[in-house]
Ligand binder design. Structure first.
Ligand SMILES: [Zn+2]
Length: 281
């Protein structure tokens, strides 16, 4: 977009409405990823333009992630390369863009957990409360597996997006699986599908593994070697690594919401997950 320095209307252009501090602290980003404002670590967040609003309604671009990248670049220009945003920063980035547009709450559908009530309700969740409830996750704590020490790290948005697209492809490929008449063939196809999903999970997990340290202090950081290890270690070790990482990721997102039922006043909690591809729709 061309910037006309002499335009008298410049001073009336949109202004930052919210300032965002990244939950990760931002130390992992290079200056090509994030440009920090002078003397601070709070990034200015601008409201969406009319063009951004149209971008949020472009299904193909939303699906492949490019719409999200464009919107982030437009609303938080300090984030130079949104593809490199870490998974534990992404939720804050998206919520702050919504908050910058003047929106105070988002609606969450919920069913009361009281068995005698089960009332369905729509609850407005305050965006500032959501932002404050995001934690960065304790990525410094390693997992000990026998003689090996495994360290984790958040993954990048590009990896998350790539995995989501691959998962969609696998689901599409096997969507008629249950209609296969021959039982043997159906079972075999089911196993093929499970193998493909497991391979994909391993690939992502290899990228979420910062390093594996051997007893003689060799630090293995190459995702290719780590993936090779996942393909060749025993099931228990693999599952322990997979579950520890899942747990870390769950703790580095938004805490479960506390909801008070409109009908019976029962207080209960409900997990909140933010889906980047339909958050602005
Ligand atoms: Zn209720």
């Amino acid at each position: 977009m061309e910037n006309n320095e002499n335009n008298p209307l410049r001073q009336f252009f949109r202004r930052p409405a919210v300032y965002l501090s990244l939950p990760s602290g931002g130390d992992a980003y290079t200056s090509d990823d994030v440009e920090w404002p002078e003397g601070g670590k709070e990034l200015p967040v601008y409201p969406m333009t009319a063009i951004d609003e149209i971008t949020t309604k472009t299904p193909d671009a939303l699906f492949n992630g490019t719409a999200m990248v464009e919107i982030i670049k437009s609303c938080i220009p300090a984030i130079k390369n949104p593809w490199n945003l870490l998974s534990n920063d992404l939720d804050s980035v998206l919520i702050s863009i919504k908050a910058a547009g003047g929106q105070e709450t988002i609606d969450v559908e919920s069913e009361c957990t009281n068995e005698e009530c089960k009332a369905l309700g729509t609850y407005g969740i305050n965006l500032q409360v959501l932002l404050r409830s995001i934690q960065k996750g304790d990525y410094d704590k390693p997992l000990q597996i026998g003689d090996l020490t495994v360290y984790f790290q958040p993954i990048q948005y590009s990896t998350m997006n790539d995995a989501a697209l691959k998962q969609f492809d696998i689901q599409a490929k096997y969507k008629n699986m249950n209609k296969i008449e021959n039982e043997q063939e159906r079972n075999k196809t089911g196993q093929d599908a499970l193998k493909e999903i497991t391979s994909l999970t391993m690939e992502v997990l290899a990228k979420a593994t910062a390093k594996i340290v051997t007893p003689d202090d060799t630090e293995v950081t190459d995702p290719k070697y780590i993936l090779d290890f996942f393909n060749n270690c025993d099931t228990l070790s693999y599952e322990a690594i997979r579950d520890t990482n899942a747990d870390l990721r769950a703790k580095s997102t938004i805490k479960p919401l506390t909801i008070t039922c409109d009908e019976c006043q029962t207080e209960y909690t409900q997990p909140f997950t933010l889906n980047a591809s339909d958050f602005f729709v």
